[in-house]
Design a protein around this ligand. Structure first.
Ligand code: PFF
Length: 494
């Protein structure tokens, strides 16, 4: 089997689910659901999946499957003047990988701490001061934190161990084990959480529908934003994974399965998170609304606080919970290196193994800025820039290049002839050509205004630095001369 080929359709689907199911499903979705109308949020959420998530994934898969080559190479083939954009997304996604490795490192430390509640009586003080030595000043860059560096390096070694092998032998096999395991552990955690006293308090808070919010533009934006992030839309990952398939694949049915599995997982996670918050509310007398939060605050502060009052059960639930976060993060981070790695292999003729080793060394070295006392702040700035600005632009580019220049219409017969479920029609072309790019543009402008309005001086500086790294990295890869004679040769499937 070739070094970049899935062994079966199952490996492809499970690796895609592994990429989609990540931190966003565990620490972002429950909060988004709660703060945007509870039960009423399901209406914009389902609309976002049907109108954007599934149609756009089908487009990315379809073009990736057709070209059977890396993202940069395909974009160059569609129109060689756009090669720059072909590198933009893979580089942006690689930048995500670098900061994801920090979160993975923190979580690795918490897996160990959870066996003896090593965060002590005040998890907030532990996380912010004892572990991260959080500093809001540039001087924090000079303060290196060896524990975090070691935890991150452990993550990089695991990633290298899996990614430098041939695709099926590494990522394919690992996805077939870890993704089902992730779902099983989640079921155990949620099953246990539902039996906790007070669980129903949390759940009725979560689902209590606020229908009045449906008329509010913001909850629609929140639903579309969540689907972009959660399904990893427009990140060139779906494209790359589809290009690795060798046999005839039913891409439409695959897409629907992946979107369903992703939604199932995040709604399950929401049940678990709110049952636990309900329990905490009952124990502490604090309202659920005052406990709920998202991101690192939820995972590394609220959860340890809950485990502190949970007694003996915390020694089982704690390690399981942090392990789930680790597995979810790991299967996502593994996908973030694939688009850039495959594009480099195609252009410069390196083997998969050599490219992965090189990229992982570069990534690990750069990631060390997150192992400083100022690292936590930088991470927040870079994350906002990539998610609110760079990736949304990526989706708009993809719509232009794939739907307009390549012409989405060309894919319809090809995809329909392989689909055992839904068949595409003209509606699909209208969505990917008009509705989607216009909508994303609106969300992008909203995000930009948000960043500009709420930015501190430091945030602006780091936004500019991140943009410079992204643009220069992209430029260098575009202008370096190709070393692989195959870079100019193309073979399409349709
Ligand atoms: N989709 C992942 C999640 O919901 O957590 C996040 C993610 C994965 C973002 C891969 C970016 C990425 F390249």
């Amino acid at each position: 089997m070739a070094e970049n080929e899935w062994g079966s359709n199952l490996s492809f689907i499970l690796a895609m689910i592994g990429s989609a199911v990540g931190l966003g499903n565990i620490w972002r979705y429950p909060y988004v659901l709660y703060s945007n109308g509870g039960g009423a949020f399901y209406i914009p959420y389902i609309v976002a999946i049907l109108l954007m998530g599934i149609p756009f994934l089908i487009l990315e898969y379809g073009v990736g499957y057709d070209f059977k080559s890396s993202f940069a190479k395909a974009v160059k083939k569609i129109d060689s003047r756009w090669e720059y954009l072909g590198w933009f997304l893979p580089v942006a996604v690689f930048l995500i990988m670098i900061y994801y490795s920090a979160i993975l490192g923190w979580d690795g430390i918490y897996i160990i701490l959870s066996f003896f509640k090593g965060w002590g009586a005040d998890p907030n003080v532990y996380f912010t001061n004892t572990l991260l030595h959080s500093s809001n000043s540039w001087m924090g860059l000079l303060q290196f934190i060896p524990l975090i560096a070691v935890a991150m390096l452990v993550g990089w070694v695991i990633i290298w161990f899996i990614s430098h092998r041939d695709l099926e032998e590494g990522l394919g096999r690992v996805s077939k084990v870890l993704v089902p395991l992730l779902f099983v552990i989640m079921v155990v955690i949620v099953g246990f959480s539902l039996t906790l006293p007070g669980a129903s308090i949390g759940l009725s808070e979560l689902f209590h529908p606020n229908w009045a919010l449906l008329g509010n533009f913001e909850i629609w934006m929140a639903a579309f934003g969540q689907i972009v992030f959660s399904l990893s839309l427009g990140m060139s990952i779906a494209f790359t994974y589809a290009s690795y398939t060798k046999d005839d694949a039913d891409l439409i049915t695959n897409t629907i399965s992946i979107a369903l599995a992703n939604s199932l997982f995040e709604n399950f996670a929401a049940l678990g998170v709110f049952s636990i918050l309900g329990y905490m509310s009952l124990q502490s007398g604090t309202a659920v609304a005052d406990l709920v939060t998202q991101g690192t605050g939820l995972v590394f502060i609220v959860y340890p606080t809950v485990f502190n009052v949970l007694g003996q059960w915390a020694y089982v639930l704690g390690p399981l919970f942090f392990l789930t976060v680790y597995l979810a993060g790991l299967t996502s981070i593994l996908s973030t290196i694939e688009p850039l790695s495959f594009s480099i292999q195609n252009k410069f003729g390196f083997t998969r193994s050599k490219t992965m080793t090189l990229l992982i060394i570069v990534g690990a070295l750069i990631s060390m800025i997150y192992a400083t006392a100022y690292g936590g702040s930088i991470l927040g700035y870079v994350d906002t820039f990539i998610n609110q600005i760079a990736l949304l632009l990526g989706i708009i580019f993809e719509c232009i290049i794939f739907a307009w220049i390549f012409k989405a219409e060309k894919l319809i017969d090809f995809l329909n002839s392989r689909s055992k479920t839904i068949k595409l029609g003209k509606w699909w072309v209208i969505i990917v050509k008009y509705i989607l790019p216009i909508f994303i543009l609106i969300v992008w402008i909203g995000g930009m205004m948000d960043v500009i309005k709420s930015s501190t001086f430091e945030q602006l500086v780091f936004t500019v630095i991140s943009a410079a790294v992204l643009l220069i990295g992209t430029l260098v890869l575009t202008i370096l001369p190709a070393k692989n004679p195959d870079w100019e040769n193309y073979e399409e499937r349709i």
